[in-house]
Design a protein around this ligand. Structure first.
Ligand code: ZN
Length: 164
């Protein structure tokens, strides 16, 4: 799948959604300072489409977002990664790859964060990872992480298909 095809698939399977209200965006709803800080940092971003500055705020804190939060962020985040033309500035892509391929002990929580996505959206995330695995920089830099994420998402996709 080339970049243009992937961008089209993202725009079709991940239509932008409204920002979830208040605490609904957060993975921990009470007494978690890290989540609360993120909510404050994101308060200036209200719309369904997030600018690059918002992705920069989020990429290290994806574990602070709930399933609804992920659903809100991913349309803009994925588009950002795939549209990004310079490898130099690809740190958001790198972290998304890590977030999609959690180590065993973090898999349950990751499943929870992916639980608001349908099977087409999980399939699109897999196409994103396949695109990374064919990308000059990402293929050389984190092939193992991409593979781990792909095999994790294969099981997630089966679960999502059963839910759809
Ligand atoms: Zn938290």
């Amino acid at each position: 799948m080339n970049t243009g095809e992937l961008l089209r698939e993202i725009s079709i399977t991940f239509p932008p959604v409204e920002k979830p209200d208040g605490l609904a965006i957060l993975f921990h709803k009470d007494e978690c300072f890290q989540c609360e800080y993120l909510r404050e940092d994101l308060s200036e971003f209200d719309g369904p489409v997030l600018p690059a500055k918002a992705i920069r705020t989020i990429y290290q804190e994806m574990s602070c977002l709930s399933a609804q939060g992920w659903r809100w962020v991913l349309p803009s985040y994925l588009t950002h990664c795939v549209s990004e033309e310079t490898v130099y500035d690809g740190i958001e892509t790198e972290f998304l790859i890590y977030n999609l391929g959690p180590k065993q002990q973090f898999q349950d929580k990751t499943l929870e964060r992916l639980s608001a996505l349908n099977s087409h959206q999980i399939g699109c995330l897999m196409h994103f990872l396949e695109w990374c695995s064919a990308h000059e920089h990402w293929a050389a830099y984190c092939a193992e992480d991409i593979e781990r994420a792909l095999s994790f998402l294969r099981t997630v996709k089966n679960d999502a298909a059963a839910r759809d």
